[in-house]
Design a protein. Structure first.
Length: 249
């Protein structure tokens, strides 16, 4: 079940009053860290707001998956690529975690590239398309999965959720508000303050939160995520297909 902290529909109210927008575009400051198991021991989870416009590149056939210029991906085994080119997290959810953790969380604290305001990121549908600023178009592809590096980053910031009775990954997973990965459909530049406009919402039930629950705590939902079709990230689609094949009657 989702945490009550994240059941509020504040996003809908704020969206209607102020519109959806970018609060910050965050880029990694690569650093060596003992808490990551990335090759070379370097992580890009420490992201800070950029001062000006940031170019967003489109995927290159047979090459990179696109993403933000100047960003660093520490472990390409599990991050980056076309389906995980950009990671978005709502400021409203960071505010909720501040109340839970009792610690200030600046924009970029969860390793997100885009910190949004007025957008229900976890209620976005897989395949939903956003125009960000005048040119860039992004498409929701999958949910974020918490990892050891994520937990280590919080400890580095002086936050220790384990002291509250359970590990951080379990706490984060239970909330089912993981933030969204997006692929780049149309390149351009983005900057803090840019408007976010929803261009397209598919006709299915597979939200970011629904997909996350299917991949983690409610795996019987996995066959239903296939309704998202080709917009579903390849890793999630493969997981759903394997589950459906295993438990087919």
């Amino acid at each position: 079940m989702e945490s009550p902290v994240f059941r509020s529909r504040l996003w809908e109210c704020r969206s209607s009053l102020r519109g959806m927008r970018l609060l910050s575009v965050n880029l990694a400051r690569p650093r060596s860290a003992g808490y990551t198991n990335a090759p070379g021991g370097v992580t890009g989870i420490d992201k800070r707001p950029a001062d000006g416009p940031v170019p967003v590149a489109a995927p290159v056939p047979g090459g990179g998956g696109g993403g933000l210029a100047g960003d660093v991906i520490g472990d390409r085994r599990f991050h980056g690529g076309g389906d995980q080119a950009v990671y978005a997290f709502a400021r409203e959810d960071l505010d909720g975690w501040e109340r839970v953790l009792g610690h200030e969380l600046p924009n970029g604290a969860f390793g997100e590239n885009l910190t949004t305001a007025g957008a229900d990121v976890n209620g976005a549908l897989v395949g939903e398309r956003w125009r960000v600023g005048p040119d860039v178009v992004l498409e929701v592809s999958c949910s974020r999965t918490p990892c050891r590096t994520f937990a280590g980053r919080l400890e580095e910031m002086g936050i220790s959720p384990a002291e509250r009775g359970e590990g951080w990954m379990r706490t984060f997973t239970r909330a089912a508000a993981p933030g969204a990965y997006l692929r780049v459909v149309e390149p351009g530049e983005i900057r803090a303050g840019d408007r976010i406009e929803v261009l397209h919402r598919p006709d299915h039930e597979v939200t970011v939160s629904f997909l996350f629950r299917a991949l983690t705590t409610e795996r019987t939902l996995l066959p239903r995520v296939l309704a998202a079709g080709d917009a579903l990230a390849a890793v999630a689609r493969g997981e759903a297909l394997r589950y459906a094949a295993k438990y087919a009657s």
